[in-house]
Design a protein around this ligand. Structure first.
Ligand code: AMP
Length: 220
């Protein structure tokens, strides 16, 4: 990555739509999205040492150690070139937020925005248990509001294979919310004090949220 890269942090509970919106925003503004969940799932499916350590924890809905996530994030960032990055799912603890500050100082880069996707948690279990993705290109879909345009065929790559996440089961979803409320929600006051914090009402549809997000990032 280059010096003076800008980082946009997306905060929000599991299923708040930050992953979907992060990908859309990245395409529009020419940044790369980094999802630490995706990086971990790649490690798990490739059977690496890190993947083996993380697998059971990810399956249970708990957070993996800060050290593991920092390691895969740093190795991704230092080997990827982009003028900016959108972080989806990192930081997820106060300790990770401090680690990120230190890492960005080392990389001579900074956080431009921390955007919180505010949602009604009661709606999220339904949202999460309705989502699926293309097995080939990983494009995300949801039975409630984003089906492929042609039934059974991925809009992006034409594949007919789809998959659901092992941790999108109701009992694991509950554990992920517990982790979010206990460990991640305290990041909101942390970033509120940093001058780069913005709230987005993420209870609306994809297009409305996208247009607010784009104007927020472009107008600032
Ligand atoms: P996600 O795709 O962001 O919902 O993440 C899926 C799972 O990966 C989480 O439930 C955690 O087990 C793990 N994970 C992803 N990002 C982090 C992180 N920043 N810190 C700890 N665990 C993480």
């Amino acid at each position: 990555m280059e010096k003076n890269s800008k980082f946009i942090i997306l905060l929000g509970a599991p299923g708040s739509g930050k992953g979907t919106q992060g990908k859309i925003l990245a395409e529009i503004i020419g940044y790369k999205t980094v999802s630490t969940g995706d990086l971990l799932r790649n490690e798990i499916s490739s059977g690496t040492q890190i993947g083996k350590k993380a697998e059971e924890i990810v399956k249970s809905g708990k957070l993996v150690t800060d050290q593991i996530v920092l390691e895969i994030l740093e190795s991704y960032l230092t080997s990827t070139s982009s003028k900016g990055f959108i972080l989806d799912g990192f930081p997820r603890t106060l300790n990770q937020a401090v680690m990120l500050e230190n890492l960005l100082e080392k990389l001579e880069s900074s956080v431009a925005y921390a955007i919180n996707f505010e949602v009604n948690q009661e709606d999220l279990v339904k949202r999460l248990s309705s989502r699926f993705s293309c097995s080939n290109c990983k494009e995300g879909y949801n039975k409630l509001f984003k089906m492929p345009l042609k039934e059974g065929i991925c809009d992006k790559c034409g594949s007919k294979e789809f998959t659901t996440r092992a941790d999108d089961k109701p009992e694991v979803i509950r554990e992920r919310f517990n982790e979010y409320n206990k460990l991640t929600a305290p990041l909101i006051p942390f970033y509120k004090n940093s001058g780069v914090f913005f709230n987005i009402d993420a209870n609306r549809n994809i297009d409305e949220i996208r247009s607010e997000l784009v104007s927020l990032v472009k107008n600032y």
